[in-house]
Design a protein around this ligand. Structure first.
Ligand code: SF4
Length: 357
């Protein structure tokens, strides 16, 4: 049973009054400009790292006009070591837009903020709530974790439907008063109590209504980003072996999987191997042995290889058919030094001997 929305915000505010961070550099002289710079720096970077960068940055660029007038090189120089330099480039570009499009006045409505480079809904909401006390929810990574645990949301927060549900919850929890304190409180709780590993639930003001705490599910929530399943493709390797134990190999096209290497001819797994062999190479196999399938992993898919061994008697007619193709009879590494696709080399080493060979 979760606490009511009012109880959620009320508990957080009581906790914030006693435990929240109130002396960070951007909390002094809390102008929209300083809050904006801090919010951008705090994306993907811890508070302790940000503080000296923030102080140097606002000392050099105390307002949006100073930032807009700067050379990009100098902005990037002051950002050096913070990483994610697109943040600095966007901040600089946004400052120039504020000067040209808003006559140097920082926006007071959320849509105008969100139209600036590098500013999404959560950052825009945080700037307006923290600097102007406007009622806008935020949903950064820390807040998502708190809300997922509190409400027992087991799906990945990056999933579109889950994201929409989280925004609704964030909105419903946002109080009507003390917006700056509430916004700082939920960010602080996520950063210092409801941390990813081993959250400090005993010290948390939300524990009485927290689903993950009550159900001992804090290890499982929030759900990690699901690993994208790689699709499985199937192919048939046709291993044509002649009476001299030589195996037919084909050079693969220059681009694509194993581009330019040598491999067995392939066909769809649904095709009849003996007929394919006859149609493509003019050879009639005396028998077909289906070898153990194996899988090979590529970055974007897995390949199920289903090899079939076809013993054939190569003759002059077959050689003539094959003349125009990039094929050869392979008699082992001692006679042909070829670049072989990895599974092809392994399969060659495992072929059973030809009966009567
Ligand atoms: S009780 Fe634990 S899991 Fe729940 S919000 Fe608090 S710290 Fe997070």
């Amino acid at each position: 049973m979760t606490q009511s929305c009012d109880a959620f915000a009320a508990a957080l505010l009581v906790w914030f009054d006693q435990n929240g961070r109130k002396h960070l550099p951007w909390q002094k002289m809390r102008t929209p400009y300083r809050v904006w710079v801090s919010e951008i720096m705090l994306q993907q970077t811890q508070v302790g790292t940000v503080i000296p960068y923030f102080e140097r940055f606002v000392a050099r660029f105390p307002d949006v006009e100073a930032l807009a007038a700067a050379e990009q090189d100098e902005v990037l120089h002051l950002w050096s070591g913070l990483g994610y330099y697109s943040r600095a480039r966007n901040l600089h570009a946004a400052a120039r837009r504020v000067v040209t499009e808003h006559r140097g006045k920082l926006p007071t409505d959320i849509d105008a903020w969100q139209s600036l480079p590098g500013i999404g809904r959560s950052t825009a909401g945080a700037i307006l709530a923290l600097s102007r006390g406007k009622r806008h929810p935020i949903l950064d990574g820390n807040v998502k974790r708190v809300l997922c645990r509190y409400h027992g949301i087991e799906t990945w927060a990056g999933e579109s439907e889950t994201g929409k549900a989280l925004w609704v919850l964030a909105e419903s929890h946002t109080p009507k008063r003390r917006l700056a304190a509430y916004t700082q409180a939920i960010m602080d709780l996520g950063a210092t109590v409801c941390v990813r590993q081993q959250p400090r639930c005993r010290a948390c003001p939300l524990r009485r209504g927290c689903s993950a705490f009550l159900n001992r599910a804090t290890d499982a929530i929030p759900a990690p980003r699901p690993k994208k399943p790689r699709p499985l493709r199937r192919t048939r390797f046709l291993i044509l072996r002649d009476q001299d134990q030589a195996v037919l190999l084909e050079r693969r096209p220059p681009s694509g999987v194993w581009g330019g290497l040598w491999g067995f001819p392939e066909c769809p797994v649904e095709a009849d191997p003996a007929r394919t062999c006859a149609e493509r190479f003019g050879l009639k196999p005396s028998g077909a042995s289906y070898l153990k399938p194996r899988q090979h992993g590529f970055t974007h898919f897995r390949l199920q290889i289903e090899p079939v061994l076809l013993d054939v008697n190569a003759d002059a007619n077959a050689d003539r058919i094959m003349e125009a193709r990039s094929v050869l009879w392979y008699k082992g590494a001692s006679s042909n030094r070829l670049g072989l696709a990895a599974p092809v080399g392994r399969i060659l080493g495992e072929l059973p001997p030809r009966a009567g060979g």
